[in-house]
Design a binder for this molecule. Structure first.
Ligand code: 8YV
Length: 328
């Protein structure tokens, strides 16, 4: 088929996304392990009609002005805080994302983090690996109960809801905080909406699922951590800057809260000698909540479908500004 378009893909993504793109466009893939720096990003986008971008690519008005041929920016992520959407909309550039396909994987991972922190799984693995396991011990590596505990979900959107739904299998009381309420979901799944302060004060597990915006940046800081129980565990699989890193380090060191489990951090990556990485009561994994073979294939396919539809002038399956750019 004629390759009338040129598109850039700013990192290696699964073939499920590259194959459909190659059928309709000349595809430039950034092959390095590390993301392109600004200069390299500008270079790879030069003359492109569209791009599949990642979280690590800052797409702003200046970049769009420097690349007037760019009409579709298809983010390989549900979050799009790396993109200045108003700047894109002003310039008629479609911004797309990958909602839905990573919801279950992210909710599963949240639970993996919650259970790992509650039951001190990483510490236990290390204990055995280091040859310290001498006998069964009545007081050895005691963790916290999950079944029957109270779960606080801050951000009851697509992912937060799936996290909340899974709590039914653990007989948990589920509290939620959000700026918009889905009363039908709450009634059906025994979820009680409460103000954030109450959620923090009453939850044994607080899990964050908000998008990163000016309003949610440092939503969990010193004051909020102080409201939590000293036995509480904080889980973050949203965006690192939703939590004030210094305040969290302090809270974990002082025993303000018991533990944390983080899929995302601020900054990202964290150096290996960072207190959050070295403390026993903090688990850090490298932003892998959506990292299953199946989900990454679906993200690749959806981001390619979005990009191709946008290039054709059609409404992409998932766009955050199609109404504004294409009209209702
Ligand atoms: C991805 C994510 O790993 O979708 C998101 O918003 O945070 C993760 O699924 C990441 O964004 C890849 O760019």
């Amino acid at each position: 088929m004629a390759t009338s378009w040129t598109v850039a893909v700013t990192r290696q993504i699964p073939e499920a996304g590259l194959a459909p793109l190659r059928e309709v466009a000349e595809v430039r893939v950034w092959e390095e392990e590390l993301p392109p720096d600004t200069e390299a990003l500008y270079a790879i986008l030069d003359g492109c009609d569209g791009a599949i971008t990642l979280l690590t690519d800052r797409i702003d008005g200046a970049l769009l002005d420097a690349h007037p041929s760019l009409r579709v920016v298809s983010n390989f992520a549900v979050g799009y805080d790396n993109i200045d959407v108003p700047a894109a909309t002003e310039r008629g550039v479609l911004v797309c994302n990958t909602p839905g396909v990573l919801t279950d994987a992210t909710a599963d991972h949240t639970w993996a983090l919650m259970l790992s922190a509650a039951r001190r799984i990483p510490e236990s693995i290390e204990y055995v690996r280091e040859g310290r396991w001498k006998t069964w011990g009545p007081l050895l590596l005691l963790g916290q109960a999950v079944s029957g505990a109270t779960l606080g979900v801050a951000g009851l959107g697509r992912i937060g809801k799936e996290v909340a739904r899974r709590a039914a299998g653990f007989d948990m009381r589920v509290l939620a905080y959000d700026t918009v309420q889905d009363d039908e979901f709450a009634a059906e799944h025994n979820v009680t909406y409460v103000p954030l302060d109450q959620l923090l004060a009453e939850s044994d597990y607080v899990t964050l699922h908000v998008a990163l915006t000016d309003e949610t940046r440092h939503m969990i800081g010193r004051e909020q951590l102080a409201r939590m129980k000293p036995t509480a565990i904080l889980i973050n699989a949203s965006r690192g800057p939703v939590v004030d890193t210094d305040a969290l380090v302090e809270a974990l060191q002082n025993g303000t809260i018991l533990a944390a489990a983080l899929d995302v951090t601020d900054p990202e990556p964290l150096p290996a000698d960072h207190p959050l990485v070295t403390m026993d009561n903090c688990i850090v994994v490298p932003h892998t909540a959506s990292a299953t073979v199946q989900t990454r294939d679906q993200m690749a396919k959806l981001s390619a479908d979005n990009l191709i539809a946008g290039l054709k002038g059609e409404r992409p399956p998932a766009s955050v500004n199609a109404d504004a750019v294409l009209g209702n």
